[in-house]
Design a binder for this molecule. Structure first.
Ligand SMILES: [Zn+2]
Length: 353
């Protein structure tokens, strides 16, 4: 029987080698494959269906040491430029030699929106690219792209950050969303992420779809699948401002430090303004918008937010704040059509969560 022992130990050696090879193996997303210590670029190839194919750029940064996988996704709205440029900066800034774990970066989901300068939707199918998750393999381009992102990125990450900002027609002050799920450990992690990111206004987003087949939003799709995730927003109205950009870049690196993916200490926000309710102010008809308040203004319930005139200059509406709170975003351009979002007002929470 003694000759069985070498056989067992060589079997154990093979097992050991395959486990350590697994921990140190290459990681592939779409056509991007990165070995440990490497950075690789490629595309998520969305196949043609009832409308054209699309190639979504993706970067895999595989750390020198094995660890968790973080996904950073931007540009679902292709004219929210600051969030897109922030990911471009992070592609250059994250050094795989310093990294523990894997970072998947998607700088621009909605390429057609970016190239054609069309806000809010994918001009190919006129759908928002942050409303159709988890997507459909046989749907329109937005749904096929969402399906691929769910399978290739969300299902394979541990943490996710979705980046947005004020679109071409939105004057927005920076803020984050935190969506608690009731699962204690996941909520603790996502709260740690949102605090480490450092944005000073955080919306508590409680009422969200829980059906995994109809999760709607990117971060919610990750969240429902058990991955700690947050949304961050900075930038406004087509302007890439260096302060807004710094908030997103430094916030991302700070979150990665909090998750022990990068060396160094995070710089968490200590006492953010927690927002417990969001009130939309919608336009009742088409017209020309003349705002009276700016993003970040604290308004009282009943305060006039601006004036809407018809095309002859006659005042047709004077929208007022439905609640007391902070103008998180306000329409940045004169154009208004019926149903457009004129402003979002955040109501501060009485108690921090
Ligand atoms: Zn957006």
């Amino acid at each position: 029987m003694h000759f069985l022992r070498p056989a067992i130990s060589s079997l154990l050696l093979v097992l050991f080698l395959s486990v350590s090879a697994q921990a140190q193996s290459a990681f592939t997303v779409g056509t991007a494959t990165a070995a440990p210590g490497q950075k690789s670029t490629g595309y998520l190839e969305v196949p043609a269906g009832i409308d054209p194919a699309s190639s979504i750029p993706v970067v895999v940064i595989n750390g020198a040491r094995p660890g968790k996988t973080l996904a950073l996704v931007s540009g679902a709205h292709g004219t929210e430029y600051t969030s897109i440029i922030a990911i471009e900066k992070l592609i250059a800034a994250i050094d795989p030699a310093q990294l523990t774990g894997i970072v998947i970066l998607v700088p621009l989901v909605n390429i057609q929106s970016f190239e054609l300068k069309v806000p809010h939707v994918n001009p190919v199918d006129n759908k928002s690219m942050n409303r159709f998750y988890p997507g459909k393999a046989d749907g329109t381009q937005t749904e096929r792209a969402s399906f691929l992102i769910t399978k290739q990125i969300i299902d394979r990450c541990d943490y996710l950050i979705d980046y947005h900002g004020g679109d071409l027609d939105e004057s927005l002050r920076p803020y984050a969303y935190w969506g608690p799920t009731g699962r204690e450990e996941q909520d603790r992690l996502s709260k740690q992420m949102v605090l480490a990111f450092g944005l000073d206004h955080i919306i508590i987003w409680r009422e969200r779809p829980t059906d995994p087949a109809a999760t709607r939003y990117l971060d919610n799709t990750a969240s429902v699948r058990g991955k700690a995730s947050i949304v961050v927003e900075a930038g406004h109205a087509g302007i890439v401002d260096s302060d807004d950009l710094a908030l997103l870049v430094n916030g991302s690196l700070s979150t990665m430090r909090a998750m022990k993916m990068l060396p160094g200490d995070p710089h968490p926000i200590e006492n953010p303004v927690w927002i417990e309710k969001l009130e939309d102010v919608l336009s009742e008809g088409p017209g020309i918008w003349y705002p009276l308040v700016k993003r970040g203004t604290y308004v009282s319930a009943g305060m006039k937010l601006g004036t809407i005139t018809d095309y002859f200059g006659k005042t047709i509406a004077e929208p007022r704040a439905p609640v007391t709170g902070i103008i998180l975003h306000i329409n940045a351009v004169p154009s208004l059509k019926k149903g457009d979002n004129i402003a979002d007002i955040g109501v501060p929470a009485v108690h921090a969560p």
